[in-house]
Design a binder for this molecule. Structure first.
Ligand code: PMP
Length: 416
C-alpha cells in the first residue's frame, strides 16, 4: 500500500477555489468577481502595451542563462526606485539589501524565512482581515502569528483607535505586516495623517514594519502616491522591509516577478549578525551581508528566479518612453476600477436599496469589502452565478459596464 494513504485532501484555497467553481459553471451569464486579476471592460485579461513592446525588444536578445541567486540587478535597481523614490539617499548609500523574488508571495515568504532564521523567537502581527495567503506564508515559515485590529465592520472603514491600541500594547520590537496601499481584502487604507501617527507609534515602540506592496499604482493610479505610507516611514528613519510585486500593476501575474528589500543600519544588522557571525560593518557592507543571507535562503528553495519577467520589467522601467506608457496604462486600469465603483454604487442606489453603499466608492484598489454575509454570497453564487469569496470581497477588476447592472440587481436581491 502507498505510504501516503493516510494523507487527506488539502482544504480548497478560499480564493483560487472560487475560480475553479466559476470555470466549472456552464451558465453563459456567470460573473467572476473572485480572484484579484484585472480585466478590461469586456471581461478579458489584459497584456499591457508596454509589456508587449518590451517583449518585442527583449525577444532577440534573450538567452536562457541563469540569473544570479538574487535575480536581475537591473530589475531590482529599478524596482527600488519605485518604492523608495528615484532620489532616495538609501539607494545612493546602498543601504538597501534587495533580491528579486517569486512575485509578492515569494517576497513575503523570503522575509518570513529570514525572520525565522535570524529572529527565531519573534512573532508577526497581521491585520484582521488580511489576504488569506499571509497566514499560510508565516505558518509554513514557522513564525507564530498574532493579529491586530484593522477593519471596522460597522463603518466599513478603518478601526484606527483599536489598531493604535494594538500597536501600543504589542511588546516593543514586534514585527508587523502592513499593506502599503489598497489593503486586500478591505480596500481600506489609513489616511496620510493616520500613517504618520502609526509611524510615530512604531518609532516609540521600536516595532519593525514589513510593507507588502502588491498594488502600487492600483490604488490612486499613481505609483508615487501609492508609496506614501512607505515614504512616511522612511522620513521617520524606520528600517523597513518591503515586498513588491509586478503581478497587478504590470499585469505580469504568471511571470512571478517581485522583489524583497530591506533597509539596513548598523544597529539592526548587528542584532542579526550576532546570530550569524560577529562582525561590525559599514552600512553598505551590512546591506551586502543581509543580501547574501537572503540569497542563501533562495538557493535551496528555487536557486534563482525566472529571467523573462525580470527582463520585461527592467526594459520598461529603464526606458523613459516605455515607463511613461506604463504609467498611463496603470492609471487607465485604476481609473476603470474607480469608474466601476461609482457605477456599482449608483446602480444599487437607483434600485432603491436602503442600505448604505458609500463604502464602495470610499474603499480603494482592486477590492470592495461589501459587508455581505457568507450566506448572502452563497445565494449570489447559487441563484445568480456570481462567484466571489465568502468574506464578501468583490474584485472590482471583474466588474464591467456589461455586468455591473446585473451584479447590482443580484446584490440588492440578496441583501433585501
Ligand atoms: N500581497 C497581497 C496583499 C496580495 O493581494 C497579493 C496578490 N493577491 C500578493 C501579496 C502577491 O501576489 P503575487 O505573488 O501574485 O505577486
Amino acid at each position: 500500500t502507498a505510504w501516503w494513504r493516510h494523507v487527506e485532501a488539502a482544504p480548497k484555497d478560499p480564493i483560487l477555489g472560487v475560480t475553479e467553481a466559476f470555470l466549472a459553471d456552464p451558465t453563459p451569464h456567470k460573473v467572476n468577481v473572485g480572484v484579484g486579476a484585472y480585466r478590461d471592460d469586456n471581461g478579458k485579461p489584459v497584456v499591457l502595451e508596454c509589456v508587449r513592446e518590451a517583449e518585442r525588444r527583449v525577444a532577440g536578445n534573450l538567452n536562457m542563462e541563469y540569473l544570479p541567486m538574487g535575480g536581475s540587478v537591473h530589475m531590482v535597481e529599478e524596482t527600488l526606485k519605485l518604492a523608495y523614490g528615484v532620489n532616495s539617499d538609501l539607494i545612493k548609500d546602498k543601504r538597501i539589501a534587495a533580491v528579486q523574488a517569486l512575485s509578492g508571495t515569494g517576497a513575503c515568504r523570503l522575509f518570513a524565512d529570514f525572520q525565522k532564521r535570524f529572529s527565531p523567537d519573534s512573532q508577526i502581527y497581521i491585520p484582521v482581515p488580511t489576504w488569506s495567503n499571509h497566514h499560510n506564508i508565516w505558518r509554513d515559515a514557522h513564525v507564530p502569528q498574532k493579529t491586530f485590529h484593522y477593519y471596522h465592520p460597522e463603518s466599513r472603514g478603518l478601526d484606527f483607535a483599536s489598531m493604535m491600541d494594538d500597536i501600543k500594547n504589542a511588546p516593543s520590537g514586534s514585527f508587523f505586516l502592513l499593506h502599503a496601499c489598497a489593503h486586500n481584502p478591505t480596500g481600506v487604507d489609513p489616511t496620510e495623517e493616520q500613517w504618520r501617527e502609526i509611524s510615530h507609534q512604531f518609532k516609540v515602540k521600536g516595532h519593525y514594519a514589513l510593507f507588502d506592496m502588491a498594488y502600487q499604482g492600483f490604488a490612486s493610479g499613481d505609483p508615487e502616491k501609492d508609496a506614501k505610507s512607505i515614504r512616511i516611514f522612511l522620513e521617520d528613519g524606520h528600517l523597513i522591509g518591503c515586498a513588491q510585486s509586478y503581478a497587478k500593476n504590470m499585469g505580469l501575474y504568471g511571470q512571478r516577478v517581485g522583489c524583497l528589500s530591506r533597509v539596513t543600519s548598523s544597529r539592526v544588522v548587528l542584532d542579526q549578525l550576532l546570530n550569524v557571525l560577529s562582525m561590525v560593518c559599514e552600512d553598505e557592507k551590512q546591506a551586502v551581508i543581509v543580501k547574501s543571507q537572503l540569497q542563501q535562503l533562495a538557493r535551496p528553495m528555487y536557486s534563482n528566479p525566472p529571467v523573462h519577467g525580470a527582463l520585461i520589467v527592467s526594459t520598461i522601467l529603464g526606458d523613459p518612453d516605455l515607463k511613461n506608457l506604463w504609467l498611463k496604462e496603470v492609471k487607465g486600469m485604476a481609473d476603470r476600477i474607480i469608474g466601476m465603483r461609482t457605477a456599482l454604487r449608483e446602480n444599487l442606489e437607483k434600485l432603491g436599496s436602503p442600505l448604505p453603499w458609500e463604502h464602495i466608492t470610499k474603499q480603494i484598489g482592486m477590492f470592495c469589502y461589501s459587508g455581505m454575509t457568507p450566506e448572502q454570497v452563497d445565494r449570489l453564487t447559487k441563484e445568480y452565478h456570481i462567484y466571489m469569496t465568502r468574506n464578501g470581497r468583490i474584485s472590482m477588476a471583474g466588474v464591467t459596464t456589461g455586468n455591473v447592472g446585473y451584479l447590482a440587481k443580484a446584490i440588492h436581491e440578496v441583501t433585501k
